[in-house]
Design a protein around this ligand. Sequence first.
Ligand code: ADP
Ligand code: MG
Length: 429
Amino acid sequence: MTGSRAGDYRILHEAALRDYLAGVPNLAAVLGGAPASWVITEVGDGNLNLVFIVKGAGGGVAVKQALPYVRLVGESWPLPLSRAHYEYLALSRQAHLAPGLVPALLHHNEPLALTVMELLEPHIIMRKGLVAGTHYPRFVSDVTNFMARTLFFTSDLALSAAEKKEGIAAFAGNHALCKITEDLIFTDPYRVAVQNHWTVPYLNTFAASLRADMELHVAVSRLKLKFMASPEALLHGDLHTGSIMVTEGQTRVIDPEFAFYGPMGFDVGAVLANLLMAYFASAGHERSPGERRAFEGWVLETVEQVWSEFAQKFLDLWRTDAKGDAYPATLFAGEKGAARLEAERQAYIQRLFGDAVGFAGAKINRRIFGLAHNIDFELIEDPRRRAISEARAVRLARAMLVETTTFQTIADVTGAARGLRDWMPEFSN
Ligand code: ADP
Ligand code: MG
């Protein structure tokens, strides 16, 4: 699938991109017609890379090229081009493990750090749909298939010890992207960092308490260590609602450039956190009181079903497809062994639930106090209203981080969220 020689990286803007695509027969065939007629548009909403939509008479493609720096910040923040390779590798593995849930890969050029994939149309970024109050009836089934299958089949429950370690090695070089997560999610929101920002002045005291709260620092540091030192499975690594494109009938997971072997609860927690933020943001988007109650009910039901369907599917895979070296069948023979192993599966999934709850709390705080915010909150124009929604989310996040074990079931999480829906924070500012 590669064309150029090593070392000839160059940024392909419109004219060069057109020539490049014209020179790859299968892409020219997908696009159809004369290359001069292809319409090339840059998509502006990514943070790290260049993404172009290219349309021809016959069809369209999406082209993603990594830059040697963070697109949003510029050349002062270098970032390795190799992330395109890891994204491509992760997409290939996800396409194999969770067919139909990621965009089809059409072409990859490693020296150019460039990947061409299926154009998702009329899909939109799920976060935008959630801001608009749209329900997605397929989402639970699709995202839980994606998570259960990609996580289970890359774990020691499904793989031999050798295959698993080869997998870890294949992604170990993506450490620069991991470091972004380690800094921006687990560290910076809890200390003074120039890139931090929040809704001033309302959340000033909340930001100060994040910096002073030692119980929170312990909780988030434990999670950071778990993120760094627990290669349980191949993670997507950035599984928020901005990395999911949807129609009402389809779900596609994009943008796995943060992929590496890490703790499963990080991916699951990312989905839960982003749904919970959509829930708390919803009050800030209503034009009349209670206007979005049906949507909010759907979001909390979705939180519950994401966890319960994920857990069910993961456990079912363990019961039917446990070909890995962990939990050798010979140690759990007979009826007694089967019963003991089943109890152990339940204990495992309960620990995973605790991890997901903690990671979800960390994911919420980073979107409210760290560098990268989300449009769920940012599109609430009135800062006071935005701060009210954010403060409710932050209060839940602290409990999820520090009092993780008080959340024994997913209903404990949605119950706490519901209980905060109309809570009015006191702003001293
Ligand atoms: P970044 O890594 O820079 O965040 P993304 O992979 O998230 O880039 O892509 C940026 C944007 O490009 C997405 O938010 C989406 O709007 C659009 N996009 C990405 N891949 C596709 C695709 N396969 N089809 C259609 N649009 C896409
Ligand atoms: Mg990205």
